[in-house]
Design a protein. Structure first.
Length: 224
């Protein structure tokens, strides 16, 4: 059987990805603890949560700058640009696959390759997250870290309150994204195959995954 493995994820991208994931989880955990935990019995002590949150936020900023620069230098930014031809219909097709076809073991509507790593729905989602939501989170986070730089009132609302609301809403969307991202990462040939690809850098095409699954089934049948 001819191997269809391709080297999708360079080392710098994998380092950024896993550090980004760790920082996301730390920020979500400490942020929830700061906002909603019982002050008398917090999961972790409030001041500790604030310190961890601030350090994680600063590190996330540096990590994002690392990604932003190398993403353009390497040309990887092209992966995030959706094709405008049949854009809406492609989004609907991919959404139908995630909602229905994936549970019926139907073929993937869009095959991935080294030059096209993301399906249309992934492109649209990642574009919004990486170039809209995350920058807003970084800017609002720094503003909350140094509230003296904020405008005192915006449309009659406290600048600090408005910035906090924006930061909280952004955190909610990022949390939802994290849950969806982790779930969809488990929908490869095996639960861990996509995670393994992000560790090693080597991606197994859908056709190769299907063939591997068939051969594994045949081997089990022969053994029985």
């Amino acid at each position: 059987m001819e191997s269809n493995k391709e080297y999708f994820y360079p080392l710098w991208l994998r380092i950024w990805h896993w550090l980004n994931a760790l920082l996301f989880l730390l920020l979500i955990f400490t942020g929830v603890n700061m906002q909603y935990a019982n002050p008398k019995s917090p999961i972790i002590e409030f001041h500790t949560a604030v310190t961890l949150h601030n350090v994680s936020g600063i590190t996330l900023t540096l990590n994002y700058l690392f990604f932003f620069i190398l993403n353009f230098v390497s040309g990887n930014f092209k992966q995030y640009i959706p094709k405008f031809k049949n854009f809406i219909s492609n989004l609907v097709l991919q959404a139908k696959y995630y909602l229905n076809g994936i549970f019926k073991n139907e073929d993937h509507p869009f095959e991935t390759s080294k030059d096209q790593k993301f399906n249309p729905l992934q492109q649209f989602t990642y574009l919004q997250i990486m170039y809209a939501v995350l920058p807003i989170m970084v800017i609002s986070g720094w503003a909350l870290l140094f509230p003296e730089v904020l405008i005192k009132q915006i449309f009659g609302i406290s600048g600090l309150t408005l910035t906090d609301i924006v930061h909280t809403i952004g955190a909610f969307f990022l949390s939802i994204f994290m849950i969806g991202h982790i779930y969809l990462a488990t929908t490869g040939n095996t639960v861990l195959s996509n995670f393994k690809a992000m560790v090693t850098g080597w991606h197994l095409s859908h056709e190769e995954e299907a063939e591997s699954q068939i051969f594994s089934t045949e081997e089990v049948s022969n053994e029985n």
